[in-house]
Design a protein around this ligand. Structure first.
Ligand SMILES: Cc1cc2nc3c(=O)[nH]c(=O)nc-3n(C[C@H](O)[C@H](O)[C@H](O)COP(=O)(O)OP(=O)(O)OC[C@H]3O[C@@H](n4cnc5c(N)ncnc54)[C@H](O)[C@@H]3O)c2cc1C
Length: 100
């Protein structure tokens, strides 16, 4: 791995391993985000750009959520990220769905 992925690109980084750790992240069953209000309080927003691909989307998600927080609504369609999509099958991988 070092020879193929590190050595050609990062000069001076040796193959001596000092410490390793398993890197974990949460995923939903469809690998999509959950962006929704909390079922018990419309004033609480659950914004979870997770499933291992949230970073590249974070500027757009931040812009949309800023509109929701400041204006109470956003011009972006966030319906695809509703936690309600899990309600039928209750299949949020890491636990119960937000909305029953
Ligand atoms: C191993 C791994 C690989 C990934 N690979 C990719 C990838 O290749 N591409 C990609 O697009 N995304 C990737 N992601 C996902 C991406 O990193 C996340 O989706 C993104 O960072 C989420 O942004 P966030 O701002 O919601 O949360 P975070 O980046 O987790 O930020 C939350 C912040 O809140 C702080 N915090 C937590 N609790 C408190 C508290 N009580 N008080 C004060 N501060 C607090 C934390 O310290 C942290 O700084 C990966 C994630 C992991 C774990």
């Amino acid at each position: 791995m070092h020879r193929d992925y590190v050595e050609p690109y990062l000069a001076g980084v040796s193959d001596r391993c000092i410490k390793t750790t398993t890197c974990l992240y949460t995923v939903t069953s469809d690998f999509g985000f959950v962006i929704d209000s909390h079922p018990d309080s419309e004033r609480v927003l659950v914004v979870s750009p997770c499933s291992g691909h949230g970073f590249k989307h974070s500027p757009a998600i931040g812009e949309a959520i800023a509109e929701v927080v400041i204006d109470g609504e956003t011009r972006f369609d966030l319906s695809a990220f509703s936690a309600r999509r899990f309600a039928a099958s209750a299949q949020v991988a890491s636990g119960a769905s937000l909305h029953g």
